[in-house]
Design a protein around this ligand. Structure first.
Ligand SMILES: [Cu+2]
Length: 179
């Protein structure tokens, strides 16, 4: 009997926590609605794609139902959110994506090449992290990550890439244009 009561209390606690968590999540979505959000999909074709054109981005070739994300336009110091989702049925070791925004002075080729052998650091060249403004986690199929950051104050072109081996070379690259 005592045990049953313990379990009942525990179950009650768990349910309460679940309700709190659910409410917390809802509030968070409401309070962050003002941040401009760009929903990006990492596609098997080694491209950053978006489901539809939107103000403040430019798109290119069509991939299935989606369009290649070419550029993100931002005002200096604008707050932005990038939601990245990997859409793939392949195992994570074969097909994963991240979104890595690099500084204007970064040597993008050098960073991408050095990152190939940086598997232990999420394929981010550990000695070139000064060039990384912000990045998502490396995401396998079905995973997603959200980052919120401030666009650089200095107008210019900032390259973003996926640093998974071969993906930058395969065209998984775009530009954040601050103007
Ligand atoms: Cu990728």
């Amino acid at each position: 009997m005592k045990n049953t009561m313990k379990w009942t209390s525990l179950l009650g606690l768990v349910l309460t926590l679940m309700v709190f968590t659910a409410c917390g999540g809802g509030e968070q979505i409401q309070t962050t609605d003002t941040v401009r959000t760009i929903n990006i999909i990492g596609a098997d074709e080694m491209k950053f794609v978006v489901a539809e054109a939107a103000e403040g981005i430019t798109t290119g070739d069509q991939y299935g139902a989606n369009f290649k994300l070419e550029t993100i336009l931002a005002a200096p110091g604008e707050e932005l959110r990038v939601n990245l989702s990997t859409n793939s049925a392949l195992p994570a070791i074969a097909m994963s994506h991240n979104f890595v925004l690099l500084t204007a002075d970064a040597d993008v080729d050098a960073f991408a090449n050095a990152s190939i052998s940086a598997r232990d650091n999420g394929y981010l060249a550990p000695d070139m992290m000064d060039w990384v403004i912000v990045h998502t986690a490396m995401l396998g199929g079905g995973e997603s990550d959200s980052i919120t950051f401030t666009a650089p104050l200095e107008p210019g072109e900032y390259t973003f890439i996926c640093s998974f081996p071969g993906h930058y070379a395969g065209g998984m690259v775009g530009k954040l244009i601050v103007q």
